[in-house]
Write a protein that binds this ligand. Sequence first.
Ligand code: HAS
Length: 536
Amino acid sequence: MEKALKKLIFWELVIPIILLILGIYHGLMQVLYRVGIIKSIDFLGLNYYQGLTLHGVVNAIALTTFFAVAFGNAIIYHYLRRINTAIAWLSFWLMLIGTLLVAYAILIQKTDVLYTFYPPLIAPPTFYIGAVLLVIGSWIAFFNWIPSYLSYKKENKYTPLAVYGILTTFLIWFLCTIPVAVEILFMLLPKSLGLVENINNLLARTLFWMFGHALVYFWLLPVYIALYTLLPKVISSKLFSDTFARVSFVLFILFSIPVGVHHQYADPGIGTTWKLIQGVLTFMVAIPSFITAFTVSATLEYGARKNGGNGLLTWLFKLPYFDKEKWLFAYFISGLFVFILGGITGIVNASYNVNLVVHNSSYVPGHFHLTVGGLVFLGILGVSLYLISKVTGKEIRFKSLNLLVPYMWLIGSVIFGIGMMGGGIFGIPRRTNLGLTYSNPDSPLYNPDWMIWNYIALVGGIIMFLAMVFYFIVFFGLLFSKKVSEEKIEIEYAESLDRADSKLLNDFKIWIVLALILIVIAYTFVYFDVIKSTGG
Ligand code: HAS
């Protein structure tokens, strides 16, 4: 069983990273279009929006989902020692077929609906069927863990933190994918198949965003799990508080979903009261990240002091920033630094009135390249290398290069973020082929004042691209190196300074019920408004 599972985890990690070659290439293309180096509708046979769709779908949907499932399989097996391997493989095949269908729709059928697939843009059926298969595959992985968890719980009172975290992640994922499934199955797919003529666009957007914001926590939480387990181990520290970590997970169950309307502050047809209420709830969903910031800082400080660090802040110098053997630390700490900026800019977005300045501007992609493109991406890259090296028994070969990757990404993404967000404040739009318009001196729309921001983003984008070239060298170097130790499924973790055996925290039922109540309160009148304002 363990052998089949190791193979499965290996492929679940390797396939999306190989696909990432396409995703990263189209990231570079984006900055080239935006600065006007490419001044055309398409490049090498792919149009601007096709490339942008591919960039978003590969990086933000395929990579994150495969990683979450692979990490979940590893966590469940490592801690609970029971998992149904046949079902785990079924989930993999569904996800893979789904991803290939989506790739076919984008590359061959020229789908360019972007990763948010808002109507009235409509994709061919293959795109939606592929997306549904990917999600169903990930649900099956989750359902497969539940019997393992329940049987473990019968014999043990304490649920390991990583298991608690991964179940929380997928609970949120399961709940939030229901509205997008409704959108796809009852609106977009019938429209794409020609079964219905018209669909309600505002209703579709609202269903999408009920899913879309919780989606970002589905991306983030696996990395939080790694920060609570692997990070303290790497620096020979102890987790500052297992209880705080669980409180943070529980708060995500409560507040991840009833906040989606903050993506629709500018949409007509939804009352301002409900926008404001969901805006306030958005501030609540930032709290678990503040708790994480505190817990992780305290964990870092504990480790550094154990290692001889002292002073109010000078202990910071005792952390292993440039230790080649502790390379995973570099991925985590770079991601954490970037996430400070990602978090602050999220709070800017969430502020109802301030959002109106930045909405639909390049500020928004600036923000999300510092969140999903920052901590989440670096966490996934680092933990993937870690898990691949465990399940293959191989070691990283190019250790210096490996240490360079996260710091280059940190520098690149911060510069890119400054370019995108600075420009966004001055009105540069997102999702626009600037090479044909605002960055093109031959266009009547040309705006020279914006060029400086596009150039800053270009510099950041090139550094990020180079970081990824180095990452691929490290990644393939690992894949093609010789086996040096026993292959195993292992997630190293450090002890916690406390132990969270509170019954309340460990009872998911209470939190699910409370979350459902909150969702009903936050969304009932929103849907009422949507239906009323659009005439049904
Ligand atoms: Fe966001 C738009 C609000 C977090 C991703 N967001 C997006 C989009 C994406 C995205 C992809 O309210 C674009 C969607 C689209 O295509 O239209 N976001 C927030 C808020 C948070 C937030 C309030 N976002 C994320 C995360 C993402 C993500 C996480 C991906 C993983 N976002 C918005 C809003 C919009 C939006 C509006 C719509 C904008 C519009 O108008 O369209 C919060 O969850 C952020 C909380 C985070 C913190 C930071 C905590 C800091 C930590 C690091 C600590 C550092 C340490 C290191 C310990 C409060 C944990 C210390 C170092 C030592 C050495 C000591």
